[in-house]
Design a protein around this ligand. Structure first.
Ligand SMILES: [Zn+2]
Length: 477
């Protein structure tokens, strides 16, 4: 995104090119108040994250509970079976029994955390700085003896004594940790201090990779993560929808889109972001706020007449990036602020064309209405009343749809095709090349049946993605 000062960002592009995304939805995300995923939901989320191209998945803290243990074990298996490519991480306190449990789940990496600020040392661990150093060194070495990769997380690193933190990182590195996560546990970093912090640490203690784990208590997490990468961090911890303890950490979707907008880099597959947003909303029971950037309902919803007129002339007037980037579309609020152009655009979006005269009458009706927010349905009703025409699409009958299917690279396309050919409602199955592997033609008497057919297609083993297009047929009068 070009601004007069965006040149200064250019030199940081290589840092963002190689930055790794660590998703902690299954670990940190489950620490959100009220959130508890089932094992199956965790496997599904892990699979989806891997499809998006997330580099590391923090799958859980096995010592916490038997079902967490089981989920981490199964996700590690999926990795071994080649169903997942991302590195799988198990979380652990700096305690032998925790590390044993983590190792039993056979992850690629064990991540050991320990509070290193004086506040944490005193209140939580009741250890002197020296005692803590020996615990950290010993436990990293112990985890390492299992033959796994080890990350050390310096909890509350942003409030720790800097010289002591250097000693901590040196100790962890020398004991065998190849990554160290510097946690901004209460979210007190800012983009500038985060950058300076990581510049300092990468210089003071080199030969180890640094992660940034930034909490969002002051709404700074995403910005601090940017600063940290500019300062030398090579991995950013995120969660889907920004879930996590209290108000959470960096939202995956926002980090990915911000990197795309500022550096034109697609570090993970942006087209899959809305799907995982909805999946995690469903499984966590926490809906993203309407006004959440990127994924919120209002992210591309324009209201004031002046704004809508601008958008219709050139969407860049009021959009930092096009909604299509993440598979969304823009929309317009229809209420008393609405102008003629917005109503026209909105009606066209609904497939309704009216003459200028009718349009003006519809607008008058809208201005008179006391409603705060006109739904599409209300707008159509007004249009019908004013024009005296039936504009509502009839409930469609005899629907025909084409479903594009992506087959798991480990499954045989022809065997998936065979399974699909016997699904009720499937009329034709063809193998294709390109972005998708199979094309299926479906016929259904109505929407309900169509949904059932699509569900059984999606539930067929070996299918990793579908895209459905309804074939529009002439509507009945
Ligand atoms: Zn955290």
């Amino acid at each position: 995104m070009a601004t007069p000062f965006s040149e200064i960002l250019k030199k940081y592009r290589p840092a963002f090119e190689k930055v790794k995304v660590l998703d902690a939805t299954l670990r940190e995300g489950e620490q959100t108040p009220g959130v508890s995923f089932t094992i199956d939901q965790k496997l599904e989320i892990a699979k989806k994250l891997d499809e998006l191209g997330v580099h590391m998945i923090e799958a859980g803290h096995p010592a916490v509970a038997p079902d967490v243990y089981e989920a981490v074990r199964r996700i590690s298996w999926m990795k071994k079976e080649g169903e997942i490519r991302a590195e799988i991480i198990a979380h652990s306190r700096a305690v032998k029994s925790d590390i044993d449990k983590a190792a039993e789940t056979e992850p690629d990496r064990i991540a050991i955390f320990y509070g290193v600020s004086d506040i944490h040392l005193k209140a939580k661990h009741r250890k002197t700085r020296e005692e803590a150093l020996s615990v950290i060194g010993e436990m990293v070495e112990y985890a390492k003896s299992y033959g796994v990769k080890v990350r050390f997380t310096a909890e509350d690193a942003s409030r720790a004594d800097l010289a002591y933190l250097e000693e901590v990182v040196r100790t962890a590195r020398d004991a065998g940790a190849d990554r160290v996560s510097l946690a901004d546990t209460v979210g007190v970093l800012t983009p500038w201090t985060a950058q300076r912090f990581f510049e300092h640490m990468t210089k003071a203690v080199p030969n180890v990779e640094y992660d940034i784990h930034a909490h969002n208590d002051l709404g700074m997490a995403l910005a601090s993560a940017f600063g940290a990468v500019m300062g030398g961090a090579t991995a950013v911890h995120v969660t889907v929808n920004g879930l996590g303890e209290r108000v959470g950490i960096v939202p995956l979707q926002l980090f990915a889109v911000a990197v795309k907008v500022h550096f034109d880099l697609e570090i993970i597959k942006l087209s899959g972001l809305m799907e995982i947003t909805r999946m995690v909303e469903r499984y966590s029971g926490i809906e993203v706020p309407y006004n959440m950037p990127v994924v919120g309902d209002y992210a591309f919803l324009h209201k004031a007449g002046v704004h809508v007129a601008g958008i219709l002339a050139d969407p860049r007037t009021y959009e930092a990036f096009p909604p299509e980037l993440i598979g969304r579309s823009r929309d317009y609020v229809i209420d008393k602020y609405t102008g003629k152009k917005a109503v026209k655009a909105k009606l066209e979006k609904l497939g309704i064309r009216v003459d200028d005269d009718t349009l003006m009458k519809i607008l008058e009706e809208i201005k008179k209405s006391k409603l705060k927010f006109l739904t599409d349905d209300t707008l159509i009703s007004i249009a019908e009343r004013v024009s005296g025409r039936a504009l509502r699409p009839r409930a469609t009958e005899n629907i025909e749809a084409v479903v594009w299917i992506k087959v798991d690279s480990n499954a045989f396309t022809s065997s998936v095709a065979r399974k699909l050919s016997v699904v009720d409602g499937v009329k034709e199955v063809a193998e294709v090349t390109g972005d998708y592997d199979l094309l299926v033609r479906v016929e259904a008497p109505d929407h309900k049946v169509l949904n059932a057919i699509l569900d059984s297609i999606r539930g067929t083993k070996g299918i990793v993605g579908t895209h459905t297009q309804i074939v529009l047929k002439k509507m009945e009068k």
